[in-house]
Design a protein around this ligand. Structure first.
Ligand code: KG4
Ligand code: ZN
Length: 374
């Protein structure tokens, strides 16, 4: 584990309601389902006491994506130090912690096992309660820990149930009605690729590196979104499902036909046009969801976007506009809580612990674990 991979989160913007409340629960959360080994200590008053993310991106970059075996090995090498540093930076020892929480799926099972077994070991050795967190629930609930506006400014808190959630990450793309902790109703989902996957694949085609989302987002900011006509799959059809593979194929076909070296202006326009089609698809499907009887009857007050793709500036501002059109408020996690992180797992640990959802006997982590099977 090298220092260059470690992101110490800035705690300055992360102070919650009542930092001085001595009765607050302290949860140690551990995340290891993909290519970040992360741990955080979060309290029930929404303070993040410490947060360490050890990013493996440099290790996977030369392969153009995450290599599961390398990820599992890197998690094993990093996990003990990440947990110890998280405790040290909070000025705590394991005795001060009330609850241990770790991702128990879904994700790359080799990595999930590393974090889950570390958490199980700590819980067994100390006799402390253990929460098996669904990684997707971590993304889904983190806006209740900290939420920010479209431009990333922290400030809004108290995202209350029920809310309408656009969950867009590297592995998932779903619209959900979040009725409460553990209560998720699936409204729509992708029929093929996730939005994050589409970003990553288009970036790879352009030779822009991994992960593609942030690079495409940055290039798109200098490009013309109308330069290329990408399709908007399913947007002429009713319903709330997505399809992104057609957009990716259109990109591949165009690049194959125009196989010349591409200058920056071309790349920026290509990224902006691709991103515009993803934004239109997400907006169209969410608009249908907001007009769906299930949503109208549930009366959610907030539209929330979460998951790694929620970092995307164009998606955040389009969804903020859409929320206002439907008289809803908009919330997204602050940028550093969108991609995988230990704080969201610690917070989901607190939310689950409060309603008694703790592990009573040993469980096996799950590579697949839909939010509708909680
Ligand atoms: O939630 P996450 O960290 O991991 C999973 O649970 O899958 O999401 C990672 C995904 C990647 O596909 C990455 O390209 C995408 O989030 N992503 C973005 C941006 N930042 C990260 N996609 C679009 N725009 C961004 N700014
Ligand atoms: Zn994730």
């Amino acid at each position: 584990m090298t220092d260059k991979n470690i992101i110490h989160m800035d705690m300055g913007a992360m102070v919650g309601d009542n930092p001085s409340d001595k009765r607050a629960l302290l949860c140690l959360g551990i995340e290891s389902s993909c290519d970040e080994t992360s741990a955080a200590i979060v309290d029930s008053n929404r303070n993040i006491l410490s947060h360490i993310i050890y990013s493996q991106i440099p290790e996977h970059q030369k392969y153009g994506g995450v290599v599961p075996e390398l990820a599992a090995r890197a998690h094993i090498l990093a996990i003990d130090q990440v947990i110890q540093q998280t405790l040290d930076r909070a000025g705590k020892t394991i005795d001060d912690i009330d609850v241990i929480a770790a991702t128990a799926g879904p994700g790359l099972i080799g990595g999930v096992l590393v974090g889950w077994m570390a958490a199980t070991g700590i819980a067994q050795a100390t006799g402390k309660p253990l929460v098996a967190v669904n990684h997707l629930e971590g993304h889904a609930l983190v806006p209740r820990l900290h939420a920010s506006s479209a431009n990333g400014a922290d400030g809004q808190t108290n995202v209350e149930f029920p809310y309408l959630l656009m969950l867009a990450s590297g592995g998932h793309c779903q619209i959900l009605l979040v009725r409460g902790v553990g209560q998720y109703e699936l409204i729509g989902q992708t029929l093929d690729d996730s939005a994050g996957e589409a970003f990553d694949k288009v970036a790879k085609m352009l030779g822009l590196g991994y992960p593609g989302g942030p690079i495409v987002d940055k290039c798109a900011q200098s490009g013309n979104p109308k330069a290329f006509a990408f399709p908007r799959p399913l947007c002429d059809k009713p319903g709330c499902d997505f399809s992104f593979s057609g957009i990716k194929t259109a990109a591949r076909t165009f690049l194959d036909k125009n196989n010349t070296p591409h200058d920056d202006a071309f790349i920026n326009d290509f990224c902006a046009s691709f991103q515009a089609s993803v934004v239109d698809c997400i907006t169209n499907r969410l608009n249908n969801a907001m007009n769906d009887e299930r949503i109208k009857n549930a009366l959610p007050k907030t539209l929330v976007v979460a998951g790694g793709v929620a970092k995307n500036s164009a998606i955040r501002s389009a969804l903020e506009k859409l929320a206002h059109k439907h008289n809803m408020t908009f919330a997204a996690p602050p940028m550093n809580l969108c991609t995988d992180n230990g704080a969201m797992i610690a917070w989901a640990g607190i939310e689950n612990y409060r309603i008694g959802r703790v592990v009573k006997s040993p469980i096996a982590p799950r590579p697949r674990w839909p939010l509708t099977e909680m």
